[in-house]
Design a protein around this ligand. Sequence first.
Ligand code: T4K
Length: 395
Amino acid sequence: MPIKPIRSQADLALHGAPPAYAEALHVGRPNICDREAFLQRMGQVLDNQWLTNNGPLVQEFEQRIAERLGVKHCVAMCNGTIALEIAIRALGFSGEVIVPSWTFIATAHALYWQDITPVFADIDPVTHNLDPAAVRRMITPRTSGIIGVHLWGRAAPADELQAIADEHGLCLMFDAAHAFDSTYRGQPIGRFGRCAVFSFHATKAFNTMEGGAVTTDDDELAEAMRLMRNFGFAGYDNVIHPGTNGKMIEACAAMGLANLDGFDGVVATNRRNHAAYREAFAGVPGITLLEYDPAERNSHHYAVIEVDASCPVSRDHIIDALHAENILVRKYFWPGCHRMKPYRDLFPHAGLLLPHSEAVASRVIVLPNGAAVDGAVVSTIRDVIVALISKGPTP
Ligand code: T4K
């Protein structure tokens, strides 16, 4: 795709219908695998005259996801955040729950929204995932659980976190929003902890436009979450549980079923692009591409570079230069949840306990990936960065 330079800073105001929106190269461009298959599925939805409330496509979708991820239950939801909230409630979390700060804000919000305090533990600066030793340090008598996040689809240390949870009588679950189809020690990621929560948002490797799911092998937990996502109804006129509206609609399941058939192709494209990024950045001073363990499955959806102190130019100057070329890279998840207002107000000094989270937050750039990216795009991105570096150090 030809990239047109951005016309003004206002073009970056994504939520204000910016004129350059369609022309820009975005991180998070959705994978739309097979338009015809989707439209055919949508025809089915309209013919069925069944648009939501546990329809046939949602049921088929849940079954296919459970099979693919090797779990007993997949409970589909309207998005990953509601799925987190419902899982947290069904597991009975309360008081304090330990989470990384280096994650999307939804991980923390899903707790705080329910009057549970997210307590931020530091990460391992290499894996970007929770550091078990840091988790231990944050346990108090009020701690009821741990939420590990499989960041960038790379597995959090599930065995070590489970050992801590067992030792302290805590409940462990995972935010697997990035980790559809990933493995941990060769096992599908949805089977670790009491449950795993996936996001199928438009920006994810596998998407249902909006959507999410909780996977678990626990029959009772799955049953409780099914009730909770549908107001607690156990049949006509019979509410047996408090609940909310967390249902996935048929149109989203239609997108999911179409995209599921194309998912392996998405992964192949991502892997190809990731290899091209590796080659492009080899030898560029101070730039390191985040790698995926070849022994594990991973969608390679996130093309992440870290800009360290040996790079002659700053991370933010690189971002400005790429944005000026209409390549809308992101600095996910800067500045970290603990520095966002609600949590900064709660824990003004949290940063002192999160040195690795703060350091990683200052280094990361997420680059575009997926079908919109090819060798030419990778070369353009490299050339912009190398040209900036060759001009010399940032003033
Ligand atoms: N846990 C973790 C670890 C997560 O990363 C997320 C979501 C969740 C939980 C919660 O799951 P959900 O409730 O969202 O299912 C985006 C996504 O909205 C969010 O799903 C995702 N993580 C997060 C990492 O990214 P924003 O605020 O960055 O979105 P926005 O509007 O800036 O869009 C991102 C980029 O994608 C832009 O460059 C534009 C592009 N885009 C976006 C959409 C929706 C497109 O090109 N087309 C599109 O249709 O949060």
